[in-house]
Design a protein around this ligand. Structure first.
Ligand SMILES: *Cc1c(COP(=O)(O)O)cnc(C)c1O
Length: 528
């Protein structure tokens, strides 16, 4: 029997997994069907009394058939969700070198504080008199963010970096509106290396995005920028350190030129980890910048929960900060939510309630447990780690640019030239070695890009092993005889390579019993 297509004892073996075992399991990595494919109708983990007979008032709309919920015992449910949780790779499991994402350790003190009853059990609709401490916590975090960035104001409510971009660009749009320039300044400049959210945000607000080329040092081409500046430009959206992992060394010239042209400087602060405690963006002429608390300040992100993207604002943009504003009058904290209670011209609300309280708490715990000196060391160690990786690999792999980097080591794929191995194959082989791949094919300006961000939270010996694994893979690839093996990777993961094109073109978005009769292959079915 071909187990790669089959199902045995409630265990579905994946179509894409070439399994040699009877069960389809790989050692203690257990295959997991969907919960709807498990169990039996009528089985239950709890014993409920018969419901009393009531006359329904559904006017004939009473459900006729079975509800179709899976019937499972309690241990089956517990095992199912525990096994699913083990299929998630996480920063708590090992090196997670995903560049631009700053996947750093979330210290357990953060979690402990976030779970304190007085914080964890808060409800946003509680009377303000009962949440005085929570409002003070938000204000204290706001104070740290303003101090660390050298900016006079901060909007706390945005729920992620991209949401913060939206907030900052809306503040810029509001400021232009107030000056009567909203209709004429319709262009937003963004370097070619920008994170995709930057042009997406500008376009979503109706701006036209104009790309600015990079020079051969991986930085903004200042002459090209100056040539693009004019009375039609609303703002530049620039990441610093940029997505090539490099500090924009002409940042002062850039901000001066942008301001001289009457435009604003939006700084994408996702890479703030590299400079926190060392450089204050306010001193660089930044008008607004989002801070990803889930990157720089270690709160969980990705599948781990919501992020938070507070936006610091210059004096010129501060009046437009969205509701709510946390204000103190006398000894009492209040939440200003309408025009009668604030001095500025808030651009509205970005979100129900006040922001991601759990993330605020974790970020403040992180900041206070490190202190000002510790935060500075965070940036220094993150940069040191990246340069350590860069220096160790620069003769085996090919750095995209000369010279030291900031917090990310960026390689291109020229070391793989003529080997038959692509960046994708290389990344898949890393999985077999027990490493989550680095960011691939981004930034787009670098061919076959591999962007490695080790952060400050990995021990040196773990980085050494990571470096040794990458060296060994690079040498195998360059031997010229391993292309087939690379193309077959990953060998040891629960799933091998998926047909990503098919999954993107014909996604199966809804599970139906008829979609998956026993023995069928969902990937094949999508193709039909
Ligand atoms: C992560 C990131 C963003 C977007 O942040 P989210 O919190 O994921 O929305 C924007 N720009 C850069 C450079 C980033 O790394």
């Amino acid at each position: 029997m071909d187990r790669s297509q089959g199902r045995t004892g409630g265990i579905v073996t994946g179509g894409a997994s070439a399994s040699a075992t009877f069960t389809g399991n790989r050692a203690l990595q257990i295959e997991e069907p969907l919960i709807f494919e498990m169990g039996q109708a009528g089985r239950t983990g709890v014993d409920l009394p018969e419901p009393p007979k009531v006359e329904d008032r559904l006017n004939g709309l009473r459900r006729g058939g079975e509800i179709g919920l899976p019937g499972l015992s309690e241990p089956q449910v517990v095992q199912h969700f525990t096994r699913l949780s083990q299929k998630n790779y996480a920063i708590d499991m090992g090196v997670y070198p995903l560049g631009s994402c700053t996947m750093k350790h979330n210290p357990r003190v953060n979690e402990k504080v976030a779970r304190l009853a007085g914080i964890g059990d808060l409800h946003p609709l509680q009377p303000v008199s009962t949440v005085q401490g929570a409002l003070e916590l938000i204000d204290r975090l706001a104070h740290w963010l303003k101090t660390l960035t050298g900016m006079p104001a901060v909007a706390m409510s945005p729920a992620a970096g991209a949401h913060g971009e939206m907030c900052g660009m809306m503040a810029i749009a509001a400021a232009l509106e107030a000056k009567g320039e909203r209709a004429t300044r319709r262009t937003v400049l963004a370097p070619e290396s920008a994170h995709g959210t930057n042009p997406a945000t500008a376009a979503a607000l109706g701006f036209t995005v104009k790309p600015i080329p990079a020079n051969d040092k991986g930085r903004v081409d200042l002459d090209a920028l100056k040539a693009a500046l004019g009375p039609d430009v609303a703002a530049i959206m620039l990441t610093n350190p940029n997505t090539c992992g490099l500090f924009e060394s002409e940042i002062i010239e850039i901000s001066t030129a942008v301001h001289a042209a009457g435009a604003y400087f939006y700084c994408d602060g996702a890479n703030f980890n590299a400079i926190v405690g060392r450089v204050r963006p306010g001193d660089l002429g930044v008008d607004c910048m989002h801070i990803n608390l889930h990157k720089t300040f270690s709160t969980p992100h990705g599948g781990g929960g919501p992020g938070a993207g507070p936006v610091v604002l210059s004096q010129a943009l501060a009046p437009y900060a969205p509701y709510p504003w946390i204000v103190k009058s006398g000894d009492v904290w209040t939440v200003a939510e309408d025009g009668a209670t604030v001095d500025g011209q808030p651009l509205g609300r970005l979100k129900a309630f006040h922001g991601q309280m759990g993330m605020f708490t974790r970020a403040l715990a992180y900041i206070m447990s490190h202190g000002a000196d510790g935060l500075k060391q965070v940036a220094e160690d993150a940069v040191l780690s990246a340069n350590y990786v860069m220096a160790a690999l620069k003769d085996t792999m090919t750095p995209a640019f000369d010279g030291p980097c900031m917090h990310e080591a960026l390689f291109d794929d020229s070391f793989l030239k003529d080997t038959g191995v692509s960046t994708l194959d290389f990344a898949k082989a890393m999985i077999d070695e027990g490493y989550h791949p680095m960011t691939m094919y981004f930034p787009l300006v670098v061919h076959g890009a591999m962007l490695i961000e080790p952060t400050e939270s990995q021990a040196k010996e773990d980085l050494d092993q990571f470096i040794a694994a990458l060296k060994s893979l690079a040498e195998r690839a360059k031997s010229g005889t391993a292309a087939e093996a690379f193309k077959a990777a990953p060998l040891y993961s629960p799933r091998r390579r998926l047909d990503e094109t098919l999954a993107a073109r014909k996604p199966v978005l809804r599970w139906r019993p008829s979609n998956n009769p026993p023995g069928s292959d969902p990937m094949k079915q999508a193709a039909e």
